[in-house]
Design a protein around this ligand. Structure first.
Ligand code: SF4
Length: 388
């Protein structure tokens, strides 16, 4: 008989992690999770790293689940004092059927008008479809599925063995279809792109095709990272189950490395991008803009600049070019004022006055403002800053 999960309730002092600004991958600024440990027990899971899960026995990660009993109350208290921005939340492992903490945390986000980003390997998330729709109507809800292979891909059985107790990919795609039909933005996080198992052309093409066929709007690629006890655990699993892969992984991830030594991930992400173009979807997550958002134009400009930084990274452009876009995006994210208002008061020189926005980027931002203003339904501010 398999080992049974054990649940350990506790009351942490805090539940919310916050960053200075939204990240450029999921567009979340905050994150909050109700459980530590995950019953899906994927062999490659980065949550086994010591900083996340200091277990004496790494197998406990999938069987000893710490339950943050007061997570919804802590989340409400923390978000009540913070500027509105997207929250990375939700965890639909089997424990959620009993404790329903993810649902209660979504209720908090809904009550306070915060957008959410949920990333799942389980269709149990559909239980809360009504709530996700209510959040979408008020503040935007994006639900992505972690999917790294498909039933028709060459190494699917091996990938299933490594994802252990997670529901099969076909179930996740069916859930994606339900969410898409319900009007939510959904898609795939192709994470982690496991070398030799998920990065062949057939698998990449297939993941993008299945996503598009099930109403997904994006496939976001991310590489495998390996560190301390998580690395040891993963290599032990390879040794036991797929010894033919162990040497290859050890060569790709020498001791002391975190990501792979070569540009493996970049090549994979480029192929994902090309496939997304063929299937008419994106390889980036769309940034949620809350209806009536005061800085909507700033956020859209930031999104375009950040996506340009990513495009340059994929092209292997010099680091200074990548960073020029990234830093300009950060500076505009941090602006207190509306970037369009600055432009209309002071012209391009006003844009050049923004930190890390030089003459060339000011030209690009100027062009962007013209396009995005129309996309967002015309400018929303008069020169004195009042609405019209
Ligand atoms: S479902 Fe996600 S969090 Fe859970 S073990 Fe797998 S990778 Fe980790």
């Amino acid at each position: 008989m398999g080992r049974r999960a054990e649940f350990v309730p506790y009351r942490p002092k805090t539940v919310l992690n916050k960053q200075k600004r939204a990240d450029h991958w999921f567009w979340t600024r905050y994150s909050a999770y109700p459980y530590k440990g995950c019953q899906h027990g994927c062999a490659f899971c980065y949550c086994r790293e010591e900083k996340y899960a200091p277990y004496d026995d790494p197998n406990d990660f999938a069987y000893v689940i710490q339950v943050k009993q007061n997570a919804p109350e802590l989340l409400r208290r923390a978000l009540s004092k913070l500027p509105r921005d997207a929250v990375f939340t939700g965890d639909y492992q089997p424990a959620e059927r009993t404790f329903e903490l993810s649902r209660r945390m979504l209720e908090v986000c809904h009550d306070l008008g915060f957008p959410v980003f949920v990333l799942e390997r389980s269709p149990l998330v559909l239980r809360d479809l009504d709530l996700l729709q209510a959040i979408e109507a008020r503040a935007r809800a994006t639900v992505a599925f972690s999917i790294i292979s498909t039933p028709d891909a060459p190494h699917y059985e091996r990938v299933c063995a490594l994802e252990r107790l997670a529901p099969k990919a076909e179930k996740r795609f069916r859930a994606m279809e339900v969410l898409a039909r319900a009007g939510l933005i959904t898609g795939t996080c192709f994470m982690p792109a496991l070398p030799y198992l998920c990065d062949d052309d057939a698998t990449l093409e297939s993941v993008v095709r299945w996503t598009a066929d099930h109403g997904g709007r994006f496939v976001l690629a991310g590489g495998l990272t390996l560190s301390d006890q998580q690395r040891t655990y993963f290599f032990d699993v390879l040794q036991a189950q797929f010894p033919d892969l162990l040497d290859r992984y050890q060569a790709l991830y020498p001791p002391g490395s975190y990501g792979p030594v070569t540009g493996t991930w970049r090549k994979t992400a480029l192929k994902i991008r090309e496939a997304c173009v063929r299937y008419g979807i994106s390889d980036r997550v769309p940034r949620p803009i809350v209806p009536g958002e005061k800085r909507a134009l700033n956020k859209r400009v930031v999104e375009v600049l950040a996506n340009q930084a990513y495009a340059l990274e994929l092209e292997d452009a010099p680091a200074h070019r990548v960073w020029s876009y990234r830093k300009a995006a950060w500076a505009i994210e941090d602006l207190e004022q509306d970037v369009d208002l600055i432009y209309r008061h002071m012209g391009r020189r006003g844009l050049e006055g923004i930190e890390n926005v030089g003459p060339q980027l000011a030209l690009e931002v100027e062009a962007l403002l013209r396009t995005l203003r129309n996309e967002l339904g015309g400018s929303t501010l008069t020169l004195d800053g009042s609405g019209f």
